[in-house]
Design a protein around this ligand. Structure first.
Ligand SMILES: Cc1cc2nc3c(=O)[nH]c(=O)nc-3n(C[C@H](O)[C@H](O)[C@H](O)COP(=O)(O)OP(=O)(O)OC[C@H]3O[C@@H](n4cnc5c(N)ncnc54)[C@H](O)[C@@H]3O)c2cc1C
Length: 300
């Protein structure tokens, strides 16, 4: 039996070969992966990981694809999508969500249960797994502020991390180092009034719309260097509106790159290099990418 049929014989898994990743990322560029696996249960994930291990196939975990840029040549391994692993529940006094749950869904569930704490964060595109991995944040708050515990799988074993074990820092977590797959997390939210929760969330969404561009983008390209705003440095280097091929520095927020028609990953990478060089030449500061890369980006 070939690999695709083997994975498809598992209950709760669906596998495709030579799958276009373009439509699975917010930036909408890049090539195909060798295998694309949708997972609906923990058991299916465990079995698929075992099969990948037996065949020595490397894999990459994909949440919402909101912070990811894929090589134009694609990825020669398997991409595992967590989107169908998306339950959300209240367990004891914590909100518990599976890795593939999207943040707005988690917010809606929290609101139904009069739980406050996600108002600043829930319009960040993507899944809970991606948000924990990235320690995503907005308006001075990060996921690390509301995480109680995180469950992962590594070498077939399920592990539990309490917040203090996760080594959270600005856009960093231990999961960026240990390559474990985040399965779920429990969030420490507080009781609140539905009306207050909705009003706070509406205000943060308004502020987000004022400062961030619409369109195909992967969010902030660079992390803020200590004591600086990456957007201000890029703007100060006169780069707003600069284009390489179909990739353009947003006129609204200089730390965002927009995919205009026909943009390739190579265009975006060339623009990233150009921004880094220009900011370094002007300020002597080296910007570091927040965006994650998949595939061989040196051979796009
Ligand atoms: C318009 C726009 C606005 C944005 N605004 C913000 C913002 O305000 N603040 C902010 O912090 N970010 C922002 N981002 C970036 C992005 O939304 C966040 O980084 C988000 O947390 C990524 O989640 P995701 O599920 O899409 O992850 P993906 O892009 O799918 O993956 C990101 C990384 O996480 C890893 N990963 C994902 N799920 C798992 C898992 N279950 N286990 C292990 N690793 C995993 C992936 O392998 C990858 O390395 C924005 C992006 C866009 C497009």
């Amino acid at each position: 039996m070939d690999f695709v049929s083997k994975v498809n014989s598992l209950y709760g898994a669906k596998c495709y070969s030579d799958f276009p990743l373009k439509d699975k990322t917010a930036f909408k560029s890049g090539g195909n992966c060798k295998y694309f696996i949708e997972i609906k249960s923990l058991r299916a994930l465990q079995n698929a990981l075992e099969m990948l291990g037996e065949e020595n196939i490397p894999y990459y975990i994909l949440g919402g694809g909101s912070n990811l840029i894929v090589s134009d040549k694609g990825y020669s391994g398997a991409v595992i999508s967590t989107l169908a692993l998306n339950g959300v529940f209240v367990k004891e006094d914590k909100l518990f969500a599976m890795a593939g749950a999207r943040l707005p869904e988690i917010y809606r569930f929290a609101l139904e249960n009069s739980l406050s704490g996600l108002e600043e964060l829930s319009s960040i595109p993507g899944t809970l797994g991606g948000a924990v991995y990235m320690n995503a944040g907005a308006f001075g708050k990060s996921f690390s502020d509301i995480i109680y515990s995180v469950e992962t799988i590594s070498d077939g074993k399920i592990k539990k991390y309490y917040k203090g074990d996760c080594k959270f820092a600005y856009r960093k977590s231990i999961f960026q180092k240990n390559n474990e797959i985040i399965l779920s997390a429990s969030l420490d939210l507080k009781s609140g009034e539905k009306g207050d929760i909705t009003a706070t969330k509406t205000e943060y969404d308004r502020l987000r719309r004022l400062s961030q561009p619409c369109g195909r983008t992967f969010g902030s390209v660079f992390k803020n260097p200590k004591g600086y705003s990456a957007a201000k440095l890029i703007e100060g280097a006169n780069l707003k509106g600069v284009k390489v091929g179909g990739a353009k520095v947003s006129d609204k927020h200089a730390n965002f790159i927009i995919n205009e028609d026909g943009c390739t990953t190579k265009d975006a990478l060339d623009l990233i290099k150009y921004i880094k060089r220009s900011v370094y030449n002007k300020y002597g500061i080296t910007l570091k990418e927040e965006v994650k890369y998949l595939g061989n980006i040196y051979d796009t």
